[in-house]
Design a protein. Structure first.
Length: 215
């Protein structure tokens, strides 16, 4: 069976990345119907929207008002509306703390690409944007990761090991060295890049183009 490699560069605290995940899922469903003999293989990669943030994170309201100023009260209106279109009921008011995401990406990187990594990415998005869980809290992260199926010892290392965090930071830098400056960013078969949370049909077209180029 042929494969279609899909690399997704994103950040857990990026609401458009959550939307992009849903739209990718829609594209994959369309792909399965059109190309049943070509198997997509999705891998998730690190990008930090706020790489300089303190490891302890900061108060969410302070973060939003500092970053967006006068737009703070309305900045999430559009993504909230789009979220409803793709089945995401964003609960921004439940988020109390803005985390540094190096540990979150370390947890994702600790997973095997495929179903295990998919479960972790989904669990972190839902925990943050729907449940408002504190992703700066090590015990919370241990519980989230274990519920997603990651081995407890692997989880503990991803949360606490500075060497693992350094490797994750290096992956973030690799994305920036590639020219990625915003997320989500999709790379299909290492050939076709798409920046932004485009509609499923647009992602499907890019997938088709990457298959043609690979052939």
């Amino acid at each position: 069976m042929k494969t279609l490699n899909i690399d997704v560069i994103s950040d857990v605290v990026c609401p458009w990345c959550f939307v992009g995940k849903r739209r990718l899922e829609g594209a994959l469903a369309l792909w399965a119907a059109e190309y049943p003999d070509v198997l997509p293989q999705v891998r998730w990669h690190t990008f930090q929207l706020n790489p300089e943030m303190s490891p302890q994170g900061i108060d969410r309201e302070t973060y939003v008002r500092t970053k967006f100023g006068e737009r703070a009260n309305s900045v999430y209106d559009r993504v909230t509306a789009v979220g409803h279109e793709v089945g995401i009921a964003f609960e921004f008011d439940r988020i109390a703390r803005q985390p540094n995401t190096i540990v979150l990406h370390s947890l994702i990187a600790a997973c095997e690409p495929g179903p295990e990594q998919e479960r972790m990415v989904e669990a972190l998005f839902q925990s943050y944007f729907l449940d408002g869980r504190d992703l700066t809290n090590a015990d919370e992260l241990q519980a989230i990761a274990n519920a997603a199926g990651l081995d407890p010892e692997v989880t503990h290392q991803a949360i606490h090991d500075p060497m693992v965090h350094a490797q994750t930071a290096a992956c973030d830098q690799e994305a920036r060295d590639m020219g990625v400056s915003g997320v989500p960013f999709f790379i299909f078969n290492g050939r076709v890049g798409v920046s932004g949370a485009h509609e499923s049909e647009s992602l499907l077209q890019a997938m088709r183009e990457s298959l043609d180029e690979k052939a």
